[in-house]
Design a protein around this ligand. Structure first.
Ligand code: G3P
Ligand code: MG
Length: 246
């Protein structure tokens, strides 16, 4: 089984449901609440800057609209990614991956960077993110990369083979062992609804670590931990705290 330095509880999209997702405000909130690791979604601007955004488009989580990956960072940097969530976050900008690295350095926290490519940019995003992570996190705890995109993971593997990778699954795939082995994954990041005790045992027997998302019921988190899951990624920062299950 691979070396696994990551804590048991991971704050989803920075600060769960308590702040606008994937912003520095969310990450700061998670850190203030004592979380030692957070997850965030990274993609490329048209001019190659790496920033945080879950969707391909801006409308759900900002005051702007359109495909973010078709815009330059100069345009994206002026977007308000906080007002949609609440007045207290008005003017909160989109976050650059370099700012995320700075937070990790300042506060000694870890990160799971989900490579979330704009459709069509899978290979380029995997490569650019992996190379940037290698530089930005030099001398710090290594981020855990993950993606639903096999192409992005393969590109990350080629560009920076030493970075740990996890395959994301939102549907069960009987081919998981071949896929994770080919991509050199240390972990599988899986929708917890797809798991039962037998599947957890099979994944672990194959030497994989398991991160489950998005687990918001404490009872369910306890069950998954009993089955042997390594990491719980949660939006419920009120009830699943950083020391949950310890
Ligand atoms: O990485 C875990 C989780 O974030 C994957 O789903 O859609 O929330 O990015 P999503
Ligand atoms: Mg994500």
């Amino acid at each position: 089984m691979s070396h696994w330095p990551y804590p048991r509880i991971v704050a989803h999209r920075g600060g769960g449901k308590l702040a606008p997702e994937n912003t520095l405000a969310a990450i700061d909130l998670g850190i203030a609440r004592g979380y030692k690791m957070f997850e965030c979604d990274a993609k490329l601007s048209h001019d190659g800057e790496i920033f945080l955004l879950h969707d391909d488009t801006l409308e759900r989580t900002s005051n702007a609209w359109g495909v973010a990956g078709e815009m330059s960072w100069d345009v994206l940097s002026k977007v308000d990614a906080g007002s949609w969530f609440g007045k207290a976050f008005a003017g909160e900008p989109l976050a650059l991956l370099s700012d995320v690295a700075e937070r990790c350095r300042q506060h000694t926290v870890m990160v799971n960077i989900e490579i979330k490519p704009t459709t069509g940019l899978e290979t380029q995003t995997g490569k650019v993110v992996a190379l940037a992570v290698q530089q930005l996190w030099a001398g710090m705890a290594t981020p855990l990369l993950s993606s639903f995109s096999v192409e992005a993971l393969a590109a990350a593997q080629l560009a920076a083979p030493g970075l740990p990778r996890g395959l994301l699954l939102d549907e069960w795939d009987d081919n998981w062992q071949e896929l994770t082995s080919r991509l050199g994954c240390v972990s599988i990041h899986i929708n917890h609804k797809l798991l039962n005790e037998k599947r957890v045992a099979a994944l672990k027997a194959a030497g994989l670590r398991i991160l489950v998302y998005t687990v918001n019921r404490p009872e369910r988190a306890r069950t998954l931990m009993q089955w042997g899951v390594d990491c719980i990624c949660t939006d419920n920062l009120e009830q699943i705290g950083p020391g949950f299950g310890a």
